[in-house]
Design a protein around this ligand. Sequence first.
Ligand SMILES: Nc1nc2c(ncn2[C@@H]2O[C@H](COP(=O)(O)OP(=O)(O)O)[C@@H](O)[C@H]2O)c(=O)[nH]1
Ligand SMILES: [Mg+2]
Length: 394
Amino acid sequence: MHTTPEVNHLVDCYLCLVIPTYNESRNIKDLIRTLSHLLNEVIPHNYELIVVDDNSPDNTWKIAQSLIPEYPQLQVIHRQHERGLSTAVIQGWQVGTGKILGVIDGDLQHPPEILLKLLSAIEQGADLAVASRHIEDGGVSDWSMIRRFLSRGAQLLGLVILPNVLGRVSDPMSGYFLVHHSAVNPQDLNPLGYKILIEVLARGNIKQIAEVGYVFQERQAGKSKVSWKHYLDYLHHLIRLRLSLGRLGKLRQRLPLPIKRFIRFGLVGLTGVFVDMSVLYLLHDPTTLAWGLTRSKIIAAEVAIINNFAWNDAWTFRDLALQQQGWGKSLKRLLKFNIVCLVGLALNVLLLNLLFNILGVHYLLANLIAIAAVTLWNFWINLKLSWRVTEVDK
Ligand SMILES: Nc1nc2c(ncn2[C@@H]2O[C@H](COP(=O)(O)OP(=O)(O)O)[C@@H](O)[C@H]2O)c(=O)[nH]1
Ligand SMILES: [Mg+2]
């Protein structure tokens, strides 16, 4: 990470307020001035304002740096090789020394004076104080129907996927809040896109929450950076949290299942099912070659094994394969994979025959069930043997 933090002072202070910016050159000065005046009244010298700018083409970071002599509580982090609102906020929190961590947008859409109400909510014992558009005194100024619909739709979706997280506040999409450092470890946060509050709610140890109504102001200068990609990031973020929290998360902790690899392995397995089924049909079906079931199945499975190896080596275990390059090593992996899968195949044939001959299940359905059972076997053994995944990060 290449950053150039301009650190003025390293004395612990009360509030560390991060201001993420991207192309806010026309807003940053007003915002820093207003925030400084407000905070100088209530906690003079006891706060830090940390602008985290991702190398804005309009030189927001330069303007912010030029304000440091006038506002000594200000620090500027100029990130040159990273983009992203949430990671910017986390990085600011990591640099700061405040007991209370906070975030406010750099475009004046979050009214600065609300900060005082948030601070007093924290003083009164809240672990987290959120500025909300959806309680009394809250609202949005002049949003179009589409924007309202998207915002509420996103919230609803989040409530369905993570009810215990998003349901705790009226405005989980808020990007304006304060949280006790002791209730959240910035190192544990790993959000995607824009919604840092959801990550804080999900991974922090937050007991008491306070909400303060505010009206989301119209932008006076500059443009919103929200794009369709952020909606996808949001969905990805929700799913990732869902997988790591609750019962599913606990199960995952007990079973050290490398979920991403398993999903890829499963998808590759699906292409294998298609290959296996097609070849089996071509060889065994009475309308085609009408070969014996066992013989047909063995050939079908072997073709599928080679197909799966190629995909797994190039995708599922690509990082590991890259560490063991060369034809010799690839061949060795193929051989191991084949042996594991052949044992799986024996199991597969056994199961297929059992289901077909003894239980009378249709041969294609029987084949499907056998493949599903054997996929699990194949994943575990290949994980431990062919690519030696155990030593490597998931
Ligand atoms: N450092 C950083 N700040 C960002 C990034 N994207 C947006 N911001 C800032 O985050 C705040 C909110 O972004 P904005 O586009 O106004 O979102 P909106 O208010 O929901 O439309 C503003 O201060 C932006 O300048 C980014 O990629 N990096
Ligand atoms: Mg904005």
